[in-house]
Design a protein around this ligand. Structure first.
Ligand SMILES: Nc1ncnc2c1ncn2[C@@H]1O[C@H](COP(=O)(O)OP(=O)(O)OP(=O)(O)O)[C@@H](O)[C@H]1O
Ligand SMILES: [Mg+2]
Length: 444
């Protein structure tokens, strides 16, 4: 049951409000002055407070300030007389949800209370969603302890608290979007939107109106006015994916927004302001594009206030076992399965495979293997690797040293211990063969 605290010195108002609100199903607390009202607030933590601005002991505005100090999310409706308008404006500035003028109009009162609870429920939902996102994109969920990834973590940590634009480089599937989200959700603006725009997936005209919005009639399909992502993002983050693909025309428009924070809707004349932070990503070599005259150098410098380069998986093979464990946890959770065992020869395959699509490809391979698994074990037959590769890295062959040892032993047995024949077959000198026989303690 939602609760409402009424702080008013007028006994008649307390009585009528209380009976009205009790009938509507609220739990009601009543207090007659500011001091008692504050104590009651702390004791009962009501969902809503109705506060008279004129109280006998302390001004209502002080009570409001103190409640807000204790709980900045507190929902307070102030009740005021016409001649108190100045104080009322101050109350709203201090965070009062709404003000109602006495004598109270009960229809207006009911609507205001409904609205207050609706807003509160939306705020609760929003903070729940933001918390979920923060959990998902906390830095611990970016896996890697290789030196390159440690550098990435340091950069994420230091850039998150700033408003600097960031340019993320990395091959496909290396985690560019993941890093962009980690920066956003670890920033002081995490409740603001994180908006993704894939600059290569749409035509120039559509991209322009996506970014800046358009006015009605700006082009044939512009049947109504729209808001662009620069506007919708507020103080949040605009993630411009595949930035290397944008046209020269849009490059100069983007440069202008970044430099001046001003922009206009397509076909519009009003100048709008943006406060969004830009994180751009690319899997292209932008420096080369600049040399070829395809990408503006001045835009590049504006975007790469901080530059983060994500290593490919081949450059950080030591992270693969941890990534496999992490991704398997995630996949099992999502698919409600429990396939967690990875035999060491299968792990060897996963570590040595060249993952052209990096973490994304590894993740997809594991999803498939989890789905196809019969028991709780990841089997190599369920991994989309070349059969030759499987054999090459399989346990029969093992490490190079073992392969060499076994091969030489095999030849020696075949030649019945003839070192001359063996060295001919192996195409190594006799002294080298002698050295290997000693090193590997082979039987001749
Ligand atoms: N270091 C990491 N730790 C955990 N998961 C990761 C890591 N890097 C990437 N992933 C996961 O791999 C998948 C691909 O990552 P993401 O989409 O961020 O890559 P990308 O670089 O944007 O790829 P593309 O260029 O294909 O758009 C996602 O599911 C992401 O969660
Ligand atoms: Mg991406």
């Amino acid at each position: 049951m939602n609760s409402i605290l009424i702080i008013d010195d007028d006994p008649l108002i307390r009585k009528t409000l209380s009976s009205h609100l009790t009938k509507k199903g609220f739990e009601v607390f009543l207090e007659e002055d500011g001091g008692k009202g504050l104590l009651k607030y702390e004791e009962s933590l009501p969902d809503l407070t109705m506060l008279d601005i004129r109280l006998p002991d302390v001004p209502g505005i002080e009570v409001l300030r103190k409640i807000k100090e204790k709980n900045d999310k507190a929902c307070i409706i102030v009740m005021t007389a016409y001649d108190d308008m100045k104080t009322t404006v101050e109350a709203v500035k201090l965070g009062a949800f709404e003000y109602l003028v006495k004598p109270l109009d009960y229809v207006e009162l009911d609507l205001t209370i409904d609205k207050a609870f609706q807003v509160r429920s939306l705020e609760d939902k929003l903070s729940y969603l933001v918390e979920e996102q923060q959990k998902e994109y906390k830095i611990d969920n970016i896996i890697g302890h290789s030196p390159q990834m440690r550098d990435v973590f340091k950069l994420i940590g230091s850039v998150a608290i700033t408003r600097a634009n960031v340019l993320i480089h990395g091959e496909s599937g290396t985690g560019k979007e993941l890093v962009a989200k980690a920066i956003h959700y670890n920033s002081p603006y995490s409740v603001e939107p994180f908006i993704v725009i894939n600059c290569s997936a749409i035509t120039d005209t559509i991209l322009e109106s996506e970014l800046f919005g358009h006015v009605k009639g700006a082009f044939t399909d512009a049947v109504s006015e729209t808001r662009g992502k620069f506007e919708i993002a507020g103080k949040g983050t605009l993630f411009l994916d595949e930035i290397g693909d944008i046209s020269p025309n849009l490059q100069s428009k983007l440069l202008r927004v970044i430099e001046t924070r001003d922009f206009m809707k397509v076909g519009g004349e009003k100048i709008l302001k943006t406060e969004a932070r830009i994180i751009a990503a690319t899997n292209q070599n932008i420096k080369q594009s600049i040399e070829k005259g395809k990408f503006r150098e001045d835009l590049y410098y504006r975007l790469k206030v901080v530059e983060i380069t994500l290593p490919s998986l081949r450059e950080r093979k030591e992270d693969i076992p941890d990534l496999v464990a992490y991704l398997l946890e995630k996949i099992n959770r999502e698919l409600r399965k429990s396939v967690r065992k990875v035999p060491s020869d299968v792990m060897k395959l996963l570590v040595n495979h060249v993952w052209k699509g990096n973490v994304r490809e590894l993740e997809n391979a594991l999803i498939r293997a989890v789905i196809l698994a019969k028991g709780d074990v990841i089997l190599d037959e369920n991994l989309p690797l070349e059969s030759g590769e499987k054999k090459l890295f399989s346990k029969e062959l093992g490490p190079l040293k073992d392969v060499e040892r076994n091969y030489i032993q095999h030849v020696l047995t075949y030649t019945k211990g003839s070192k001359t024949r063996s060295s001919q077959i192996l195409q190594i000198s006799r002294p080298t063969l002698d050295k290997k026989i000693k090193e590997y303690k082979l039987e001749v």
